[in-house]
Design a protein around this ligand. Structure first.
Ligand code: 8YV
Length: 312
């Protein structure tokens, strides 16, 4: 008998297929009445496959009384109620490492885009504005200071890329990282004041909610740029929008938002803002590696009782 695994939300077609080959997979997203389905069948499932987008809240975990393992497609587990999982001894895996390079690459892409105004210049050419006069001057990247909020795997990969641009790096974390070559800044406001570019690379969830607050945004100041590839919840989005509209910071490049896929309407008209639809890990190579990781975790759990990449 194959283990019965519930699939919450759509996953990559190849991953859905592979999961269906190895497990007795049931797509919850196909149910017209998921609540009544769970009330009738919740007790049949021992595994749950989900993604950072759909997660697993306390209600869903509670509706699956025999659940033993949750495999998340994504490194961020802020949409999974880890307390609820822990209380029941449910194992949780994510997809770290395999997406680090792509997310760090995109952070740098965003940083260069917002400073050199690549997307704005592209719009300028497409609008037919070039013959009317030159595109306004932008901001130099190389040699500028880079502040990183969260020096985990992704933050460290962003810092390494900064070396290629001769950018001095400092970081803010809950605590200093042992043997880090970068300067630790215990105050995020002080880091923002020092930074030409402030890149958010910490994890989401309640502990980092609105960490980038109005005072932090104001400390970044008129010449500072904010880049976010982490979670929209880390930034006080209303304060950010206000600062951008008023020109109190130089610009922002955002891959993530507080209420995805909704983007504050005020931002759409601003040329000093770069807006992406949460694509930091979205390359064929990385998404395939993430899919492989989800499958490998579930197979390993059901075959050997161990996860390959458990969430601590
Ligand atoms: C994905 C992500 O967009 O890894 C994460 O935490 O946010 C992204 O890689 C996501 O997992 C797809 O739902």
């Amino acid at each position: 008998m194959k283990p019965r695994v519930l699939q919450h939300g759509r996953l990559m077609p190849g991953l859905e297929q592979a999961l269906a080959e190895h497990f007795d997979l049931h797509p919850l997203w196909r149910e017209a009445e998921p609540k009544s389905f769970l009330a009738a069948h919740g007790g049949e499932f021992t595994g749950l496959a989900t993604s950072a987008r759909f997660g697993a809240d306390r209600a869903l975990i509670g509706a699956l009384p025999r659940l033993a393992v949750i495999a998340n497609f994504g490194v961020g587990v802020d949409t999974i109620d880890l307390d609820a999982a822990r209380e029941r001894g449910i194992a949780v895996s994510n997809t770290p490492d395999v997406l680090t390079d792509c997310v760090a690459d995109l952070a740098f892409g965003l940083l260069i885009d917002v400073a050199r105004r690549l997307s704005a210049a592209d719009r300028f050419v497409r609008r037919g504005d070039w013959p009317k006069g030159p595109f306004p001057l932008a901001t130099k990247v190389s040699g500028k200071t880079l502040g990183i909020v969260g020096l985990g795997r992704i933050g460290a990969a962003i810092a390494r890329r900064a070396g290629g641009f001769d950018m001095p790096v400092r970081y803010h974390n809950r605590r200093p990282v042992a043997d880090s070559p970068y300067g630790y800044e215990p105050s995020l406001t002080a880091l923002a004041a020092w930074s030409d570019f402030l890149v958010i690379a910490c994890s989401g969830g309640p502990s980092t909610r609105h960490l980038v607050s109005r005072p932090v945004i104001d400390a970044l100041g008129r010449d500072g740029f904010l880049v976010n590839i982490s979670r929209g919840s880390v930034v006080d989005e209303a304060a950010l929008v206000e600062a951008l509209v008023a020109g109190r910071i130089a610009g922002a490049a955002l891959d993530v938002f507080a209420d995805e896929p909704k983007v504050p309407a005020e931002l759409c008209g601003l040329d000093h803002v770069v807006l992406l639809p949460h694509i930091a890990s979205a390359t064929r190579e990385t998404r395939q590696a993430m899919a492989d990781c989800v499958l490998a975790n579930l197979r390993n759990w059901f075959d050997h009782g161990r996860l390959l990449t458990p969430v601590a």
